[in-house]
Design a protein around this ligand. Structure first.
Ligand code: COA
Length: 180
């Protein structure tokens, strides 16, 4: 059966709630044997620098993907991004990445970082598709099984905010610096 394209299904992205955690663990168990535990996801809900969102099908509220990223001053670190296997390759990961990039722009954050297992070729190609560039390697960073982490970075395209100010009497130097 041909896979659905995103334009044929509607999705919504919202803040993760406690009630979503069982669905997230269910997806996590399908995609990796060494994923995060439910308690670790619950901790992310309490972490003030963590931004934890789910993608749902609006009609049924079925959880089909999720992302965790941290905003730390002037950078974003993507900690996890995942899509349910039966909904992969339909554009949901793309929608999540676009959401992160929009957050970076809105918050004027110039750089986005992430780490990925060296063997996770699917995710590496996904990140490269969005212009992430390899920065280096963290030797034996992951446990169970031990594996190197590749560090990837992308610069976000910040749009400077337009400031509507009318300058009067610009010819008089003494006016500069005053509230006019
Ligand atoms: C990586 C992941 C989130 C991508 O989600 P997705 O919904 O399947 O991605 P999309 O359908 O939106 O694809 C977006 C782009 O990435 C590319 N891409 C996605 N998965 C890919 C794969 N396995 N191999 C190569 N390219 C891939 C797509 O071809 C697409 O490119 P296009 O726009 O040129 O067609 C998903 O495969 C996943 O959950 N993997 C398991 C969890 C994981 O490894 N997460 C990363 C942890 S660091």
């Amino acid at each position: 059966m041909p896979k659905l394209k995103l334009k044929e299904i509607k999705i919504k992205i919202g803040k993760t709630r406690n009630k979503n955690l069982d669905s997230i663990i269910n997806i996590e168990n399908q995609i990796t044997p060494f994923g995060m535990k439910k308690s670790q996801y619950a901790d992310e809900l309490l972490n003030p620098i963590s931004h934890f969102y789910v993608v749902c099908i609006p009609k049924t509220d079925e959880v089909v993907g999720y992302v965790i990223f941290w905003m730390i001053e002037k950078l974003i670190e993507i900690h996890h991004i995942a899509v349910s296997p039966k909904y992969q390759k339909m554009g949901i990961g793309h929608a999540l990445m676009k959401f992160i990039l929009d957050q970076a722009r809105q918050n004027e954050i110039p750089e986005i970082y992430l780490e990925v297992r060296k063997s996770n070729m699917g995710a590496i190609q996904f990140y490269q598709r969005f212009g992430f560039k390899k920065q280096g390697t963290r030797k034996e960073y992951y446990q169970n099984p031990v594996e190197d982490a590749l560090i990837y970075k992308k610069k976000s395209k910040i749009q400077f905010r337009e400031i509507n100010t009318t300058f009067k009497n610009r010819s008089r130097d003494s006016d500069w610096g005053k509230n006019i």
